[in-house]
Structures are given as structure tokens and as C-alpha cells.
Design a protein around this ligand. Structure first.
Ligand SMILES: Cc1cc2nc3c(=O)[nH]c(=O)nc-3n(C[C@H](O)[C@H](O)[C@H](O)COP(=O)(O)O)c2cc1C
Length: 390
């Protein structure tokens, strides 16, 4: 299963193409729309979200709510397009009164993109580098999420810190596997701790007031995975490398940790590795989950727990200095309409990226082209695991 997205931030629409999806999978536009709304929400997001109400339209590959096995095309309209038809016209030439973007924002793709592509307008770069593109990713990965849900796999994400406001957890890796989606989704910053939620909101208010922006950290937790997905055989097949690459593909992600993460490097081995036991009902289990559900590049069957760090939003309302690419004079960087903080939204995007990697790992192990054979292959694997642990 793979996807590709197309579309500019202020172009007519975002498009995602997903291929390699097995036939016979139930998909619903409504559940993709729920995720699109979750991506748009979150305390600290900017004015764009009041213009857009993202809705997906599936235009190929699905019949009567079930996949056909053919490529699936998904479209999300940009409502803001109507305000940009002249400046973002597909044909014709630039309007006479066009104001080019010539003051690249530090921290964004503007300057390097201009140098790389030989343009004199940062807009040629920022329209695509904008994280508006992540709406198309959420639409595409909705297909992977539906596939995993049908196999009993549940994905949640939650925010653990915004700026220096962090939630306190006594045993994060145990607690991570226990949070209920309701406790997360009812928080305006998608953090299950009400006290931390308030602290994070206050941090965002302070940042907004002073023209600043904030980053933060979040976790993605996946429950219900079978052991043995992924492989130890080659580097690219290791689930660890695939998940890392997928998470680092999200704009502004600067760190990824599995399970204990960097903390594991500070402990002795016996305080890190997860003892193996035989449970009469579940077979082989671990008495802890410091590995975060991955060993040797494969799932262990314990919850997958991955944390990621997002840097602060580059667009600042009190901008840093930059160099004007026309005059070569020092000036304040441009102030594109922007979020103050997008960590809660980023966590939703990360759920989708993780879902895509895991859906592929299932397809790799259990066959590819239809849900009936995939379910049968999974059942047979489960039976074999039972025999092994008896
Ligand atoms: C969900 C989401 C929303 C974002 N919103 C903004 C924004 O409103 N303004 C902005 O300057 N950057 C925003 N960013 C971050 C930029 O897209 C990102 O920093 C930029 O593309 C440069 O890439 P890099 O940070 O990986 O170097 C957002 C990122 C994500 C994931």
C-alpha cells in the first residue's frame, strides 16, 4: 500500500492517491472526515482553520462502501482557493499587482527552496511546503486506519508537552497503553491530563500574546498488534526504520523515540529489557514494555509506543530577521497567516503515518489482494502461535 499527495496550500484542492489496498475493505468518508476534523482542531491553531471545514470525497476505487482493489483517489477541497484564484491561477500569467514573497522565514522551507528551484518568489515553495498538505495525508491514511481497525488494531495519540508545560506521568509506558480516547479528545490540546491541559493552554496564550510560537511532544500508541510484523532480515525491512522514516516525513518533526527511547541508553541492561513470561491465555508475554512493542525490528505483540518531538512553528508574528532575496537587505521575515502551536494536530497526522507503515507490515506478512484471504491467513498464524506457546 502506498500513497502520494498533490496540491498546494491555496490551490483548488488537495488530492491523495492510494494504491495497493486489498479488495473488500469497508471504508467510510465519515470516519476520514472525523480525522480531518481532529487534524484541524487543537488550541493554538490559526485563522485558516476557520475558513476550511475539510471534507473528503472519494472519487475512485470504492463501490458501495467497499474497496475494489483498484487505486483510491481522495480529494479535499481548499475553500480558501476562491480568495486566491488570481495569485494561484494554473494558467495565464501573474497579475500585474502580484506581491512576491521575498522575505524567507527562518525555520521554514522558503529560502532553501528558492535557492534549490531557481525561483524569485518564496510562494512557489511555501505553497507546497506548507503543512496544509498533511490534510491529504490524513485522508490517505484513513484507508490504512480502516484496514487496521478491521483487524482489531487501535491507534491513539496524545500530547505530552507543549513548550515547557508537560504532563506528569509516574510510569509513562504503562500509562501510555491505558488512556481512553475520550479523555484525550475532550482536551483542547489532546492531552488526557486536565491539569496539564490547562498549563499547555496557558503556555499557548502567552506565546500568542508575545508573537511567539511553540512546539512540543506527543505519543502514538497502537494496541492489538500481532507479534512478528516487520523483519530483522534487512535494514529497510525493520519496522523501526520504517516507522522512523514515516514520522520524520512529517514537517517539523525533529525527534522520534521508541519505548524508553534515549532513557534506555542511561540504564543498565537489566533495567531496560523486558522479561519474557508464558501466560496461560495469551502465550508469550512481557512483564514490562520498555521496548515500546518492538524488538529486532519486529512487533512483540505488546503495545507499540512511539514518541515524537515537534519544533516550534517557524512563522512568527514577531518575526526574526531575514535577508530580502531581491534587495539583499536585512528585513523582518514575512508573516504568513499561521498557527501558534500545532502539536495536537501533528499527533493526528502521526497516527496516520504509523497506520500506513503497520498496514503495510500486515499486507507483507499475510498477503495482499483481498480481505477474505488476509483474515484467513491471520487466523492460521494465530492458531500456530497458540500451538507454539502451549
Ligand atoms: C500539522 C502542522 C501544522 C503546521 N502549521 C504551521 C503553520 O501554521 N505555520 C508554519 O510556519 N509552520 C507550520 N508547520 C510547520 C512547517 O510545516 C514546517 O516547520 C516547515 O515545513 C519546515 O519543515 P521542517 O520543520 O521539517 O524543517 C506545521 C506543521 C504541522 C505538522
Amino acid at each position: 500500500m502506498r500513497y502520494i499527495t498533490a496540491g498546494e496550500s491555496h490551490g483548488p484542492q488537495l488530492t491523495a492517491l492510494v494504491d495497493g489496498v486489498p479488495a473488500g475493505l469497508s471504508v467510510s468518508q465519515a470516519s476520514i472526515n472525523t480525522d480531518l476534523a481532529r487534524r484541524q482542531a487543537g488550541y493554538g491553531r490559526g485563522g485558516r482553520q476557520t475558513i476550511e471545514t475539510d471534507q473528503v470525497e472519494i472519487v475512485s476505487g470504492v463501490r458501495f462502501g467497499r474497496t475494489l482493489g483498484s487505486p483510491i483517489a481522495l480529494v479535499v477541497k481548499n475553500r480558501d482557493w476562491q480568495n486566491w484564484t488570481d495569485r494561484m491561477a494554473v494558467e495565464g500569467s501573474a497579475p500585474a499587482d502580484l506581491v512576491r514573497e521575498v522575505t524567507p522565514r527562518p525555520g521554514h522551507a522558503d529560502l532553501v527552496g528558492v535557492l534549490k528551484t531557481a525561483t524569485d518568489d518564496c510562494r512557489d515553495v511555501l505553497e507546497r511546503a506548507s503543512a496544509r498538505e498533511t490534510a491529504a495525508r490524513v485522508a490517505a491514511s484513513g484507508i490504512a486506519k480502516e484496514f487496521l481497525a478491521e483487524l482489531g488494531v487501535e491507534i491513539v495519540s496524545y500530547v505530552t508537552s507543549i513548550g515547557s508545560a508537560a504532563m506528569k506521568e509516574t510510569d509513562p509506558l504503562v500509562q501510555a497503553a491505558q488512556y481512553e480516547p475520550l479523555a484525550i479528545e475532550t482536551s483542547e490540546v489532546r492531552c488526557p491530563d486536565p491539569e496539564a491541559t490547562q498549563a499547555m493552554k496557558r503556555a499557548i496564550d502567552r506565546a500568542k500574546k508575545s508573537g511567539e510560537s511553540l512546539g512540543g511532544t506527543f505519543r502514538v500508541v497502537v494496541r492489538g498488534l500481532l507479534p512478528g510484523l516487520g523483519s530483522y532480515a534487512t535494514g529497510p525491512e525493520r519496522l523501526t526504520s520504517q516507522l522512523g522514516a514515516a514520522l520524520f516525513s512529517i514537517p517539523a518533526i525533529k525527534g522520534v523515540e521508541f519505548g524508553l527511547g534515549f532513557e534506555a541508553s542511561r540504564r543498565e541492561g537489566s533495567k531496560v529489557h523486558d522479561p519474557i513470561e508464558l501466560d496461560p491465555h495469551f502465550g508469550f508475554v512481557r512483564t514490562s514494555n520498555n521496548a515500546g512493542g518492538l524488538e529486532g525490528g519486529m512487533t512483540t505483540g505488546m503495545p507499540l509506543i512511539v514518541s515524537a518531538a515537534m519544533k516550534p512553528i517557524p512563522t512568527l508574528m514577531t518575526p526574526l530577521n531575514t535577508v530580502n532575496i531581491d534587495t539583499l537587505e536585512v528585513e523582518a521575515a514575512s508573516k504568513e497567516r499561521s498557527d501558534t502551536c500545532a502539536v495536537p494536530a501533528c499527533a493526528v497526522v502521526a497516527e496516520g503515518e504509523v497506520a500506513f507503515v503497520l498496514a503495510n507490515a500486515y499486507l507483507e506478512k499475510f498477503g495482499c489482494d483481498n480481505m477474505v484471504d488476509i483474515r484467513a491467513a491471520i487466523e492460521s498464524y494465530k492458531q500456530r502461535l497458540k500451538t507454539v506457546s502451549r
